[in-house]
Design a protein around this ligand. Sequence first.
Ligand code: C2E
Ligand code: MG
Ligand code: MG
Length: 548
Amino acid sequence: MSEYLAILNAVLMNIRDAVVLTDGDRRPIRVNTAFETLTGHGADVLMDGFGEHAEASFQMLTRAMETADGGLWQGKLRCADGTDRLFDVTISAVNGHSAFPTHYLGLVRLASGEDARRFGHDELTGLPNRDIFLDRVDQSVLQVNRSGGTMALMMMGLDRFTLINDALGHGAGDRLLVEVARRLRQCVRETDTAVRLEGDKFALVTNIADVDDSVIVAEKVLRTVKEPFAIDGQEVVCTFSIGIAVYPQDASSVSGVIKQAENALHHAKVSGRNQYQFFSKEMNRKAKNRLDLEARMRRALINQEFVVFYQPKVQAETNRIVGAEALVRWMDPDNGMISPGEFIPIAEETGLIEQIGSWVLRRSCEENKAWQVKGLNPVKVSVNVSARQFRARSLLETVSGILAETGLDPRWLELEITESMLMNDVESAVSKMTAIREMGIGLSIDDFGTGYSSLSYLGRFPITTLKIDRAFIADVDTNPKTAEIARAIIGLSRGLNLEVVAEGAEVADHISFLRDNGCSTVQGYYYSRPVPADQFERMLTEGVLYHT
Ligand code: C2E
Ligand code: MG
Ligand code: MG
């Protein structure tokens, strides 16, 4: 019998038809080599939830086997490359010795091209086709009409695709389109729809909160497609042109917005390709400003136009300076001082924040060390870490490198992070925070109370300090409810044995409230605005605060 099984197994693995075997409850238990060739999924698909696309595929496969009508099922299965393709599955019951089926055998075939088109899929790339596209645009427009927001429609064409096609042949051209489709799919969120309209023309339908978001998507698409492709052992470089129209700003109907996006695409092509163009001049100007700002920021890094200001943290009982927050400023030779609120968000989106952030960190460690070397009272300097910096793999290495270079004792450094940065992936956030704490560096939660974090996590985060957001401090003296929240946060930090710092204390009433309620460390305009390093050094030296 076992020899018989071995033979059956060898047959299964060697036949050229893709086959899936299920148990009596129609749960897939086995797939063969041909199935793997066809879908990219091997045994991984059977381990429910294993692998990036395997979970979806497993569910689809189970459904296919369960819902086969008269032994036939037609529908989409997710392949390992993330594409949904249309398959036919023919199912037969295997009864063995029992009266009821003990197993089911499913024969899996790619549906014919005709069927795939009817089903709304582009056969070559597996992306949705024009029919689905029109349907999605309709739905998006309805959604905007119902609940507001904006739909951005991007029409995208590969630049000089005919040249590539002629030079490398149609087969290679097709493979390039498949690769482009794959990259496109990686650029977009689950809720967006990327489609192939025809030939080298693709489109993206996306609902966005802010028109600026479409700039981010368009830049990402341009960047991703620009990377060289390896097609038949050759390196192929190609670029996209993108035209963007938004509903309802640019047009009041579905056909109108499609037409405007096509106009914008034309504009992008004639303006030199490898770029995006909005339909509206206003949007183009905004996008251009963003790009200018990014370029200027890169220059600012080279020309050392960034400076660190320090805002004292003061012990309210004694008026003694116990620390400072490092706050970056951009001294733009043309536009004067630019505040972080204006450039940090864009630095964050473009990735420049990693360089700017490391620079701020190095600079503030250097300056803090220099004050100590001069014999001034040592203080702890807090440095803001943005979400992207915190996520970066290199964070720990960067921080420990800077500490080693500057010779600053880690206990005089604190990193400020915000709640929202911790909630996506709590596990990895905790392990990163633990590593930071093990280096001897303090960890503070900035703007506490404004995020969405669940209090239950707070105990798990190895932090040292809570920083009450200035929104709560602003009206503690006038709004009893806010005062109650501030009191609760102070109590919470005491209970968790954390230091508590209030930010944004502007008037004497704030200070007395905080002092009376046990928050001893305070930062705010009442004591001092953020000041340049030399002024902060003077305050440290003379032990006085200059009220501003
Ligand atoms: P933040 O970390 O919450 O910093 C506190 C902000 O509150 C600072 O604004 C500070 O000047 C301001 N502030 C302090 N006391 C008072 C007060 O009494 N009243 C009022 N109305 N405001 C007060 P700033 O310097 O404009 O910084 C804004 C934000 O930019 C910071 O918020 C921080 O999130 C970010 N930021 C600043 N420097 C850096 C940096 O080097 N790296 C990163 N990633 N972000 C930074
Ligand atoms: Mg801060
Ligand atoms: Mg803050």
